[in-house]
Design a protein around this ligand. Structure first.
Ligand code: PHE
Length: 358
């Protein structure tokens, strides 16, 4: 039998010196495994006399326990070293710059057109278009605004120079000419919206020379003011996503509708901000009314057969309201800082798609 004390010192040295988990396992098998040195020695106890057993047995047991403990301690040390190494090599330097973000975004006006279009197409309207440079006939005359009619002064019109026939085209002052183009091009019923640019010679915090409107026209049989009101209220509820939105219909005058009204949304002007659904201020967002019988006649429809309603809404206005943008002029200043702040990312869906409004 080897000298147990020397054996213990030698084995403990080797365990301590094991460079990795595999080497340690090798030592364990060679020592305490089935055919390991210490295991064999324990088996030899069987052939010994009771005195020898009594003397050697406890010492071998102590050796076994000491070695097991040393192996466990070494294993833990090696595993910790391995973990530390991984933590070192896999650490993330959070001070590094992030991956490049996409430049550019969706302008609030584009976003507003998408959202409005989504709401009205769901109600069964389709999208119609007309030119920005418009003939006097579509912009005024057919809409029951004859030449020299004082209503022409309501619009601070940009006129183009006379053409060869002595006629002056205009930058359309509203989207209403699309009503005429639509009705002249097809047969009723009509149910269209026409978003687009409009122009008037006017400029302050809530007016810019170029702005945006969306026109709506619905012509069918037995249409009345109740249809118009429902349509506008339903739109406002969905678009603004505000539960108790305040809407006000004020009697008004437009040559192409009778009766006519202007629609205001209740809001609060708080210094540099606007908030909807609270406060005692009003912001006008649209003009509306029942299509005037004379307009129906101008496009060859019999007002006794067909009726309809129309409205023209300021898209910039409703964008200002919805997102609390205080100054209209900033929309068109092409200031990248403003666009970054108020713009939308390309993958933003129109609010309704994600909102689940019924
Ligand atoms: N065209 C009108 C405007 O720009 C708005 C309007 C459209 C009013 C349709 C009634 C019907 O002020």
């Amino acid at each position: 039998m080897e000298d147990l004390q020397t054996l213990q010192t030698e084995l403990l040295d080797r365990i301590q010196g094991a460079g990795d988990l595999a080497a340690l396992e090798e030592i364990r098998v060679a020592t305490l495994g089935k055919k390991g040195r210490v295991s064999l020695m324990m088996r030899e106890l069987g052939q010994m006399t009771p005195e020898e057993k009594k003397e050697l047995g406890p010492r071998l047991n102590t050796l076994k326990t000491t070695l097991n403990a040393a192996i466990a301690a070494r294993r833990e040390a090696l595993e910790n070293a391995l973990l530390n190494e991984r933590l070192q090599s896999e650490k993330v330097d959070i001070t590094l710059p992030t991956a490049p973000q996409p430049e550019g975004g969706i302008h609030p006006i584009t976003q507003v057109i998408d959202e409005v279009t989504e709401i009205f197409t769901e109600m069964g309207f389709s999208v119609a278009e007309g030119p920005d440079i418009e003939e006097d006939f579509y912009n005024f005359t057919a809409l029951n605004i004859p030449e020299e009619h004082p209503a022409r002064q309501m619009h601070d019109t940009f006129y183009l120079p006379e053409d060869a026939n002595g006629k002056r085209k205009v930058l359309r002052t509203h989207t209403s000419p699309v009503q005429i183009r639509t009705m002249m091009a097809g047969e009723p019923p009509f149910r269209i919206i026409a978003p687009g640019r409009t122009y008037r010679c006017d400029s302050d915090a809530t007016h810019t020379p170029m702005f945006h409107q969306v026109e709506a026209l619905l012509i069918d049989r037995n249409i009345h003011m109740g249809h118009l009101k429902w349509c506008i209220e339903e739109f406002a509820r969905r678009f603004f996503e505000v539960g108790d939105i305040k809407i006000r219909f004020r009697p008004s005058y437009f040559p192409f509708t009778e009766p006519s009204a202007e629609v205001d949304i209740g809001c609060a002007f708080k210094g540099d901000e606007i908030a909807i659904g609270e406060g005692n201020d009003w912001l006008e967002i649209m003009g509306c009314g029942m299509v005037h019988p004379r307009v129906m006649e101008n496009v060859g429809l019999d007002p006794n057969d067909y009726q309809g309603f129309a409205f023209g809404m300021g898209l910039d206005r409703i964008a200002m309201l919805k997102w609390g943008i205080p100054d209209l002029r900033d929309f068109f200043a092409a200031d990248l800082r403003w666009l970054k702040h108020y713009g939308f990312t390309a993958l933003d869906l129109p609010s309704l798609s994600t909102q689940g409004v019924k």
